[in-house]
Design a protein around this ligand. Sequence first.
Ligand code: FBP
Length: 256
Amino acid sequence: MNDSMTNLSSITKNNKALFLAYDQGLEHGPSDFDDTNIDPSYVLKLGESGFFTGVILQKGTAKQYYKKDQNKTPLIVKLNGKTTLQSGEPYAPQLCSVAEAMDLGASAVGYTIYIGSTFQEQMMKEFGDIENESRKQNLPTILWMYPRGKKVEGKEQSKEISTYSARIGLELGADLLKMHYPDEEGAFPEMVKAAGKTGILISGGSKESDEELYALAEKSMHEGAFGWAVGRNIWQSENPLKRAEKLAKIIFNASS
Ligand code: FBP
C-alpha cells in the first residue's frame, strides 16, 4: 500500500483506518438525526471509544465541540461540502482552508470531488491547491471520490466509472480515497489496482443489517481495502459500540 506512511501514521493502526463520519448535518440535514445523535457531543463520545482512528467533522462542529487538548481520536476536517437544497449539477465548494483545519487540530483533511459533474474540473483544481498546501504541512489528504452528475448518470457504481474514479484519485495526489463499494461484482479489486499506492476506504451508507455490514467489511478488506469511513451505520445504530468494535476487529486484523 502507501509507502509514505509517515504522514498517515497519526490516523492509522496496523496500516489500516476506521473513521467515524459526522458531516451529514450539512450534507443531508437534520432528517438523518434523532434526539440523541443530533448532539455532536454524543457522536464525539462514540468517536473516543478507541475503535476509530479518526473522526470527520466540518469546521463549525470541530470549532464548537472538538477539544484538541482533550479529544484523543484524531480530527479530520472536511474542507468542502454542499447541502441537499442545491439543484443542478453537483458542486461542493471549499469552505475551510488547510490552515484553518490545522488550527482546529486536524490530523488530516478531506475533500469531495463529484466525478462526472460539469464542475468536476473546478473541484479537481481546488483539490490540487489543497493537496499542495497539505503536503507542505505533512498533512494527509482524503478524497471522497463520488461519481455523480450528467456524464455518469446510471453508471455511478459501474466497474468502468468506479475504476476510472479510483485512478483519478491517485493521479490527483490524494493519500487516501473514500469511495462506495461498487455494484458490479469483481469491480472493487480493479479499483484497488487502479488506485495503486493510494488506499481506498469504503464509504458507509445507511442502515444495513449487522450481518450485511460485517460481510461487506470482510469482503472489502480481503479485496484490498485500506479501511472504512462510516457514519450513519454507527451513530444511527441501536448498538453503535458493538458495531464499531466488530468493524474495528475486521479492519485492523485484516492481512492485506
Ligand atoms: P455515511 O457513512 O453516513 O454514509 O457517511 C459517509 C458520507 O460520505 C459522509 O461523509 C457524507 O456526509 C455523506 O456520506 C454524503 O453522502 P451522499 O453524498 O450520498 O449524500
